[in-house]
Design a protein around this ligand. Structure first.
Ligand SMILES: C[S@@+](CC[C@H](N)C(=O)[O-])C[C@H]1O[C@@H](n2cnc3c(N)ncnc32)[C@H](O)[C@@H]1O
Length: 208
């Protein structure tokens, strides 16, 4: 019961269970995030955006990896914006990071703003995935990259692995081929997938 109260707060954390969920995500997604970011080429001076930034740990990691660059985090949950700001207060104070309340479907940035956009364990919740991928494409610079990281991964040998969570949250686990197809349809090129057993998936794709 407690598990489901927590999990139900993964898509838009709020209130008591949302606070617990954010704490648990900051810890629980740490290895996935570190592994996924190790697959990306992140240069000093890079301008990065973390979509669905949750408790703000990925923003903190990106701040440490981007040297003189700047890192933005967006989330549509008020609680996540509050917690991300707290987590990154020292970076925000020196204008290294900014956290903004926004939806992935309408990003408050000019075309061609970012070298890198990351999205860790958030894609499942997006309302219009094909258009949301296009919206991210819009804000990427030419040659910029989108990095998607997942733990809810299925393949043909184990398609029902996440069924209980899928039904509870009305979301779908992803497969490497499914994500690759969506990215190609949204216009991305050089789509590369990295798998860690069947437990983690990282997909990196570029804007031409
Ligand atoms: C499972 S949490 C992952 C949080 C964080 N990326 C992490 O790895 O800990 C999913 C996050 O995506 C955010 N989210 C879901 N749908 C969103 C949308 N349409 N626009 C912006 N954020 C969204 C949620 O509020 C939540 O913070």
């Amino acid at each position: 019961m407690k598990y489901y109260k927590l999990v139900e707060n993964a898509g838009k954390p709020s209130g008591f269970w949302g606070r617990l969920m954010i704490r648990s995500m900051n810890k629980g997604h740490s290895e996935l995030t570190e592994w996924a970011l190790s697959k990306a080429r992140i240069q000093s001076g890079c301008r990065a955006l973390d979509v669905g930034c949750g408790g703000g740990m990925t923003v903190s990691r990106l701040c440490a990896l981007t040297g003189s660059g700047k890192v933005y985090g967006i989330d549509y949950s008020d609680l996540c914006v509050e917690k991300s700001k707290k987590q990154n207060r020292k970076f925000i104070m020196c204008n290294k990071a900014e956290i903004i309340k926004a939806s992935v479907s309408k990003l408050p940035f000019e075309d061609g703003t970012f070298d890198l956009v990351t999205a860790v364990e958030t894609y499942y919740f997006w309302p219009d995935k094909q258009n949301d991928l296009k919206e991210i494409y819009r804000v990427l610079k030419s040659g910029g990259a989108l990095l998607l990281a997942f733990e809810m991964v299925v393949d043909e040998t184990n398609p029902d692995r996440w069924r209980a969570v899928e039904e509870r949250l009305n979301i779908k686990a992803v497969s490497a081929s499914g994500i690759g197809g969506m990215l190609a349809k949204a216009g991305y090129i050089n789509i590369k997938t990295h798998e860690y057993g069947n437990e983690r998936l990282c997909v990196i794709a570029e804007k031409e």
